[in-house]
Design a protein around this ligand. Structure first.
Ligand code: ZN
Length: 445
């Protein structure tokens, strides 16, 4: 099968290539939402919401909630919510980043979340994120920034100087050995103002106008198909831009008929560092938006509670695909594979929020659109990761299924997954947003 026959996966790779940071990811989503006629709402203003309309809200450039209000009574129909996260683990540039070392200027970085550090070595790295600039009137603005070329490098130590690397693995002194090589800026020792000047030059402004920044270290290699039949995809940030993109496509392509309640996607920053921030899943962003929707469409808190009881959340994040060379790390009765459909993630300790009922609902949705489905359970003797599912379910009191596509090398700079699964996920999510009633007695009138 040729890559052209995986248009959904192709669109995902293009989306990721346009989105080298969470701030860019939200901008990429906004582009598609605006094209589809969704209107932007500002949290600082009053909202005038109408039935049957699409809207989106951005919180602090990197978290986004988009929704379609539907034309039916919210209390009766409840809400269908899909959650995902916009951030990926990696490196972030420090406030005083430049340091001269043996004649070379290096860029100091902090570790963001839990990346596989070694995967950043020997790649053509660049910078992407947002810069805070002060305009002529003294007002502060944020601007997206992406360095046009690979500007940074993290070279491996030669094997002749590290003879046991293949037996003992790549280990780092994360303070001493992480600064990335930039080059030599000038003869004088570099300072913060040199970095400001560097950003200013590319943003077309003065060095004094550059006040601060949040910059991620990003890969410059575009996404690619691989495998004999080109049946796999490789790119950075598949965790979790794949789920963000699937949710967005599902929302924008869901037909107007069918389900008439609220369809909402919530894409949060800061999942990789625990979600606790004013724009993370453990903050009030989603609750704030739902409250304003309730004020607009519902008669009092009783109706809002009624709507919640009829709602369901799909928390979409990636799952660990079975790696044949490392079988000992998996529960083989619950091994999941790329290209075999969405994964339902289950954990008795609620590290994943899926319960038996949510599991059954999601399986039903997959079956109804002829999408295969798999189940994942982590080994008992390895600590299980978590995601926004349990947080969202706990905050809102809405039942939740944690689901996602299988992938290899989670938190590598270059992750990989199945090319077919992205289309499977979009179809299932679209069906979730469209099916007139959930196949669930208590959630239907
Ligand atoms: Zn994730």
């Amino acid at each position: 099968m040729a890559a052209a026959e995986h248009p959904a996966a192709r669109a995902l790779l293009d989306f990721i290539d346009r989105s080298p940071s969470p701030w860019h990811a939200v901008a990429s989503c906004v582009q598609e939402l605006a094209t589809a006629g969704y209107q932007q709402l500002n949290e600082g203003n009053p909202w005038r919401l109408e039935s049957g309309q699409g809207y989106y809200v951005i919180r602090d450039d990197s978290s986004l909630i988009a929704f379609h209000t539907g034309s039916g009574a919210m209390a009766e129909h409840g809400s269908r919510i899909i959650g995902a996260h916009t951030d990926s683990p990696g490196f972030r540039v420090k406030p005083n980043p430049l340091k001269r070392n043996a004649g070379l200027d290096t860029v100091g970085v902090e570790i963001y979340g839990g990346p596989i550090v070694a995967t950043f070595a020997d790649r053509d790295l660049t910078l992407a994120g947002r810069v805070v600039v002060r305009d002529g009137n003294g007002e502060l603005h944020t601007r997206l920034y992406r360095a046009p070329n690979p500007v940074l490098r993290f070279p491996n130590l030669a094997i002749h100087l590290n003879r046991t690397v293949n037996q003992e693995g790549l280990k780092y002194d994360l303070h001493q050995e992480l600064p990335l090589i930039l080059g030599t800026l000038q003869e004088a020792l570099p300072s913060r103002s040199d970095f400001q000047a560097l950003l200013a030059r590319e943003l077309g402004t003065d060095a004094e106008a550059v006040v601060s920044w949040e910059l991620a270290v990003a890969d410059t290699q575009p996404g690619a198909f691989f495998g004999l039949e080109r049946e796999y995809i490789a790119d950075s940030q598949l965790d979790n831009l794949a789920s963000c993109h699937a949710a967005l496509e599902a929302l924008l392509t869901a037909p107007e008929d069918g389900y008439q309640g609220l369809r909402l996607i919530a894409l949060f920053d800061h999942e990789e560092i625990g979600s606790q921030s004013f724009k993370g899943a453990d903050g009030p962003f989603l609750q704030d938006v739902l409250d304003r929707l309730s004020e607009a469409f519902l008669d009092g808190t009783g109706a809002a509670r009624q709507a919640r009881a009829r709602s369901l959340v799909l928390s979409a994040d990636m799952a660990h695909a079975h790696h044949p060379n490392y079988a000992r790390y998996y529960d083989l009765e619950h091994a999941v594979h790329p290209n075999r459909g969405p994964v339902i993630k289950l954990n008795a300790n609620q590290r994943y929020a899926t319960d038996g009922v949510a599991e059954a609902v999601f399986e039903t949705l997959c079956q109804e659109v002829e999408v295969p489905v798999q189940r994942y359970v982590h080994r008992n003797d390895l600590p299980c990761g978590s995601t926004i599912g349990p947080i969202t379910a706990g905050r809102l009191g809405i039942r939740c299924a944690d689901i996602g596509n299988a992938m290899w090398s989670m938190h590598s700079l270059r992750e990989s997954a199945g090319a077919l699964d992205h289309d499977y996920m979009i179809r299932t999510m679209r069906h979730f947003l469209t099916r007139e009633r959930l196949p669930l007695r208590e959630a239907t009138p």
